[in-house]
Design a protein around this ligand. Sequence first.
Ligand code: SAM
Ligand code: SF4
Ligand code: SF4
Length: 477
Amino acid sequence: MKGLSNSIDQAILNLVREKSSGKNAELPLKQNVTLSELGLGVLDIYDLIVALEDRYQITIDEQEGPADAWTLETLSRCVKRKLLQKSSQTLNWKDLFENLIFSGKVRALRTPLTVHLDLTFRCNSRCIFCYDSSGADHGRAELTTEEVKRILDECEEMDVVEVQFGGGEPFMREDLLDLVAYTKKKNLRIFILTNGTLITEEKAHRLAALMDRRFDNIQVSLDGARPEIHDKQRGVSGNFEKALAGIRNLQQSGLSPVVNTVLTKLNYAHIPEMIPFLIEEGIQVFRVLRLQPLGRCLNSSLYDELKLTPEQSEYIFEFLFEKREELFGQLQISKDNACIFPMSSRTLRSRVLPQPGREPVSDACGAGTSKLAVGPDGSVFPCSYMYEFPELRVGSVRENTLQELWDRDELWTLYRNRLTPTGKCRGCEYLYYCKTGCRIISYAIHGDMGAPDPGCYYEPAGLQGVREGGDQALRVA
Ligand SMILES: C[S@@+](CC[C@H](N)C(=O)[O-])C[C@H]1O[C@@H](n2cnc3c(N)ncnc32)[C@H](O)[C@@H]1O
Ligand code: SF4
Ligand code: SF4
């Protein structure tokens, strides 16, 4: 086959043949033929990429465009670029497929890509805003080790890519390392979310021996560069030193933890001093999370006290945006949908405007379409923010398999159906990108998933026209 002569190309071709068998018996073996011309639908392409992911840990460059226009050559180029470690501005293919959902091309993936497992609601900290209201034992029966392992078996069968262990504090579970070892045996990626305070040298070494630092990650919460700031948010004095010790133990054992900060009025002004601190501490990835009005923040005046004003929100977004570029290659400042409400930033707005011929990748979330969450008692929800809304519970792993639950489409309509936006979102020119923000936050505050995310301070330019035009139902595309 001309131009596809080496072993990588041959492997790709074999996979494409496998996926398209019965669809196109006579494959035109040319590099420039698109995968859809070869008879592959979007879900076939998704399966194909999962297979390539397994083999090559492929990432697809954003510049490669929509997946259904990829050719054999696109795949070949991406794999080689990855293998040669030349890609710097890469998008995870996971995001790319999530975008297929957001663009309305598929309703949900055949199986979830990410399974978030909250192992406990027990916690040794008492964060003032904890969205899980974690702390003392809630007295609810947690999944046993064997039950969690059964879920991991299922994840393997379902070709799940990443399992996230959260809580509560996952290190409160005696069996956490056993579960990590089991997850790696199943060839699943791991992401652990922790407050870091229980990570001893010994635990860090055992974790490092299990985790593959190319694909697995551990995130430690640190809400400031000084004890008085961190401990105030975390509700326990001495917590800062313990979290920092946990981070250093992980680093000494060869892991590179991500640091995550929840932004509030108490700490946002300290973020600029946190950056040199993180660099000094050898941190490579820094994430921020906007405060969510859930758990201890739900129905309380605390959210109003702690949440950033529109000006503070814009200031911090602009600051991080600039720093992200300035510190490229030194400290990665991650930008994702949970970060700060993106439309609060003028800079971002000006950069996400549609470019001719191409819609930008959406930052909207994949709850119920590419990811699900399992609570400590086995309850299944589209996302871990939803546990306090029993009416949004989809089922339980104690009664059904994950696949059975995922396949019962009628249970997921709230998340898989297109939203009918309400309020100012109806006339918003950024609706295609933001999809009204976080559905659960809108639900928590307004009781309506299509209502504007309360974190959005943007006043849409097109609102006037919609108000004048009455109730025209815009659909989230
Ligand atoms: C629920 S915690 C569980 C993991 C671990 N105990 C920890 O604190 O990192 C997961 C993440 O959510 C953050 N978080 C907790 N409550 C929040 C809220 N109301 N809004 C935004 N983030 C929150 C935590 O700081 C942490 O980064
Ligand atoms: S945010 Fe994490 S550390 Fe804080 S109380 Fe909740 S579970 Fe515990
Ligand atoms: S008005 Fe609605 S659609 Fe527009 S940016 Fe805000 S939340 Fe998103």
